[in-house]
Design a protein around this ligand. Sequence first.
Ligand SMILES: *Cc1c(COP(=O)(O)O)cnc(C)c1O
Length: 480
Amino acid sequence: MSGHMSPEEFRKFGRQVVDWIADYYAGVEEHPVRSRVPPGEIRAQLPAHPPERGESFERVLSDLDAVLMPGVTHWQHPNFFAYFPANATGPAILGDLLSSGLGVQGMVWATSPACTELETVVVDWMAELLGLPEHFRTDAVGGGVIQDSASSAALVACLAALQRESGGGIASQGITRRHPLYISAHTHSSLERAARMVGVGADNLRVVDVDPDTLGMDPKHLDALIVEDLAAGAVPTLACATIGTTSTTAIDPVREVGEVCRARGVWLHVDAAYAGVAAVCPELRWINDGVAEFADSYCTNAHKWLLTNFDCSLLWMADRQPMIDALSILPEYLRNPATASGEVIDYRDWQVPLGRRFRALKLWSVLRWYGAAGLRTHIRTTVGLAQEFADWVRDDPRFAVLEPHPLGLVCFRPLFPELSIDEANDRTYRLMESLNDSGQLYLTHTKVDGRTLLRFAVGSPQTERRHVLAAWQRIQGALG
Ligand SMILES: *Cc1c(COP(=O)(O)O)cnc(C)c1O
């Protein structure tokens, strides 16, 4: 095994791999959901040094089974209710495989026109499917792009906002003034990392209060902080409103936050990483209220809940120019007539890395396989299961549910009325760990107002009502 894999060998092993994956899905329920290996166990079973001579591909597959599989947590398991879903589906896997097969680098239009143009088509399709505003479409001044993650999307939004709010200076002089960014305590940590990376610094993150009932950002406090910063000579730059926070799927009042941003000249980034895709269902489009009027940038992940393998995060700009001004650069080796003509999109100007995969293929494959109707069915089915779960929890007087929970996540806790808050938190955590250790289901936790809550996220295409019911019965059983 020292030469390249021939097309005939690839055909043979490729079939084995596809069979392996199909068998995996057919039997995924047999695995404990969360891996039970202790730290270092997998590494200790692997050779410390790379092979000098090539080996057969069969040996890779057999080590996958024997060595690696015990260390895999099964995100596609029907009893995976932890974090948020990370959907993987047949059409997405196959689209991704085709992308790998083509091995294209799509950094500029000229390096593979189809890679760019298909991406433009699918992000415009997605804008239409989600009911997003016309000005997000690429044929207007805005436009969409596929990023690797919502974290990268936030970084790009911060760069574009800095470019605009600094009067165009950051691409040349860097940051010369103080540029506060506005978040809430429930904003995703990627905003703090973006603040560090763009050089604003975490000290310039202003944490806006939230409404204690809805956990949504308080627009009056946002305005007060902006006014304070303006008076101190700072340049208020970007506010991040979240639609569906990671902790509890709380929804910031985007319209009111947007009105403040508009009045004060602050960029509004909307992070709808998990929840945004729910807008494929017209009855759930209320979550995006205010986005059309006020969002300068908007992000949602197809790679969480929309049946598309990681990585596939969608970012739209209301006006793409500040982003391009912040990131565009043209080294001699990338000069080409298409770029010079200004008639094409070069997506390297829309992201942090230069190189980019042909990610549009997997999303295109998903959109064509499911159609809009299939996507809506997936969202409705999983939201319905989560709502049914919440009803069961509410009906058991030993538990309390955190309201509201309009999407696929339900946060709840056992009451333990006889215990102090600290003791109840500890018991809740231990209850969760015992369930997770059982391998029969997997859920995670969060903390709101000092109380530990269990998070139950329904979103896998493998999950059926019977799984949710069995999980609930196990949770009840664990309480004794
Ligand atoms: C998951 C999540 C993110 C991060 O998504 P990545 O694509 O993993 O970077 C950001 N914001 C929210 C609200 C999320 O739920």
